[in-house]
Design a protein around this ligand. Structure first.
Ligand SMILES: Cc1cc2nc3c(=O)[nH]c(=O)nc-3n(C[C@H](O)[C@H](O)[C@H](O)COP(=O)(O)O)c2cc1C
Length: 168
């Protein structure tokens, strides 16, 4: 009943060097602020799992709703061949050899500092050693919801955030 945790944000995970790969991932979280550390749960069945285990690096990219078609391909097809069907451009990252996604709202470049098996997924822990982001999408150091950050509701259903802010 993992769906009880939904809706969740959806991210893209880039892995690999010479022949990079991209997959969709919902199970991503912040683990530490300073240093900035993130975690991602990846099934050993994924091609991405092999690449992250080999290169000990990955990039967490933040897609917008406009990228949904590519997110769906990334999340339903396996292996770098799928990149030919996708319209994203891979660009060099600033601190690691795994590339970033040009169209993404942000890219967090991670070096693996731990990897553990929990049930049917591996929890990869990555220290964010570099990042790039769309300055307009994070104006004033907070997300600009006009950029339609992507979240996953169920199966083929995705949502984005209402721009109305409710202040606490
Ligand atoms: C929206 C969405 C979110 C997903 N989240 C995860 C996830 O957090 N972890 C995971 O292992 N697979 C997740 N998947 C499945 C992988 O993205 C999918 O199996 C993909 O084809 C793996 O690609 P690869 O074999 O090229 O690595 C998700 C799929 C979708 C569509």
């Amino acid at each position: 009943m993992y769906r009880l945790m939904y809706p969740m944000r959806t991210y893209l995970i880039v892995s690999g060097h010479e022949e990079p790969n991209v997959m969709a991932a919902d199970w991503v979280t912040i683990l530490s602020h300073d240093p900035f550390i993130v975690g991602v749960a990846i099934s050993p069945k994924r091609y991405t799992h092999r690449l992250i285990s080999k290169y000990r690096e990955f990039v967490v990219s933040v897609p917008s709703l406009e990228m949904l078609k590519d997110v769906w391909i990334a999340g339903t097809k396996s292996g770098p061949e799928k990149l030919k069907e996708m319209s994203i451009s891979l660009v060099p990252s600033t601190k690691i050899k795994t590339p970033s996604i040009k169209e993404a709202l942000a890219n967090m470049e991670c070096k693996v500092i731990d990897a553990r098996e929990y049930g049917d997924h591996t929890w990869f822990v990555g220290e964010v050693v570099g990042y790039t982001y769309n300055k307009e999408a994070f104006r004033g150091n907070k997300p600009n919801l006009k950029f339609k950050f992507l979240a996953h509701s169920a199966w083929t259903d995705f949502v984005t955030f209402n721009e109305k802010i409710y202040r606490a």
